[in-house]
Design a protein around this ligand. Structure first.
Ligand SMILES: [Zn+2]
Length: 343
């Protein structure tokens, strides 16, 4: 099979397009012929490497993928060759206490496709059938791949953990990342009112198109928490979605008494100072989570294939040009999800 691999950590130049032996499913797996993969920031982090990450080289990146089943292991039931599927990259073990409680994104033996095991930058992948969601005829493979990781992550944070309710105000810090664009749509679909803080004009325009009711340009309004306060008649917002990290001080100020700050990551930096007085004096909750459960995945993908949530697609590159796709993501030039087209 064709795949993008790397043999050592480094710049996008370490990515190589190579031939590998065709994989064969074990009795519990299916073999999927991939047609699309989508990029995530985790792909860049894994390519660069970090202390404690020990990969078996050559390694194949990629969490998100969609395609069709081309072979089914002998013990697999309920899945047929030819079915169109999107893959869930969260690999819970299925047997630990968290998995048995339906909290498989807290699995004790958790793995992520493309991080700890080989991923979707390839024309074929072996996968356990519990990781699959059936796609309707005609549903675009690129849209499905682009939705998989970010929508379940946003859904788990806003709905499962954050308990977002109709009528609430939601401030989303950052206008363009995959989780943030998904969060705007999920907030709108829930009947909440999304407010977005962003910088570039085209990113704010996109946020507005997706349902943001109030836009704050932080290149013009540096003290945006004050502006949020003013716009909410001096009460603050019910919920803040902050996946930037270093913006926590402003986010905590923007919350109303009893508000919740939701976070699934830190695109800027993981360490920063916060003023504890905001947390106790305003009865705030900080709610962290990562990825989603199998139930979240199934719920949110049902809404995606029904057209109620629509992933924003940026550029598509051929699989062989994954290096160029990485360069685009590293420069933060994208507006929506970058995908790879797989022959
Ligand atoms: Zn588990």
């Amino acid at each position: 099979m064709k795949a993008i691999v790397f043999y050592e950590h480094g710049s996008p130049d370490v990515l190589k397009y190579v031939d590998l032996p065709q994989p064969q499913p074990n009795p519990e797996q299916v073999l999927v012929k991939l047609h699309a993969a989508a990029l995530n920031h985790v792909d860049l982090f894994v390519r660069r490497g970090w202390k404690g990450l020990n990969l078996n080289f050559p390694h194949i990146l990629g969490a998100d993928g969609a395609g069709e089943i081309v072979a089914v292991g002998e013990n697999v039931s309920g899945w047929q060759v030819g079915e169109r599927v999107v893959i869930n990259a969260n690999l819970g073990c299925g047997t630990c206490d968290f998995c048995l409680a339906g909290e498989d994104n807290r699995c004790r033996n958790w793995e992520l496709l493309g991080e700890t095991v080989n991923g979707t930058y390839a024309d074929h992948i072996l996968i356990a059938p519990k990781q699959l969601f059936r796609l309707p005829e005609q549903f675009d493979y690129h849209a499905a791949a682009a939705a998989s990781l970010v929508y379940q992550t946003a859904w788990h944070s806003l709905i499962t953990r954050g308990k977002l309710r109709p009528g609430e105000t939601v401030l989303i810090v950052g206008a363009s990342g995959g989780v943030n664009t998904a969060s705007i749509q999920i907030a709108k679909l829930t009947g909440a009112s999304p407010i977005v803080v962003g910088s570039a004009k085209e990113k704010l325009e996109l946020a507005e198109k997706l349902g943001a009711e109030i836009l704050i340009d932080r290149s013009k309004t540096e003290n945006w928490s004050k502006e949020v306060y003013r716009l909410t008649h001096r009460s603050g917002v019910d919920v803040v979605v902050d996946n930037v990290g270093t913006t926590f001080p402003q986010s905590l100020r923007a919350l109303r008494s009893g508000g919740r700050l939701l976070t699934v990551g830190n695109t800027a930096a993981p360490k920063f100072e916060i003023d504890n007085r905001y947390i106790f004096a305003k009865h705030l909750s900080i709610i962290g989570s990562t990825m989603g459960t199998l139930k979240d995945f199934s719920e949110v993908m049902s809404l995606v294939v029904a057209g109620k949530l629509a992933p924003v697609l940026d550029k598509t590159f051929p699989l062989a040009d994954a290096r160029l796709a990485h360069e685009r993501l590293e420069k933060n030039e994208q507006l929506g999800k970058i995908t790879l087209s797989i022959e």
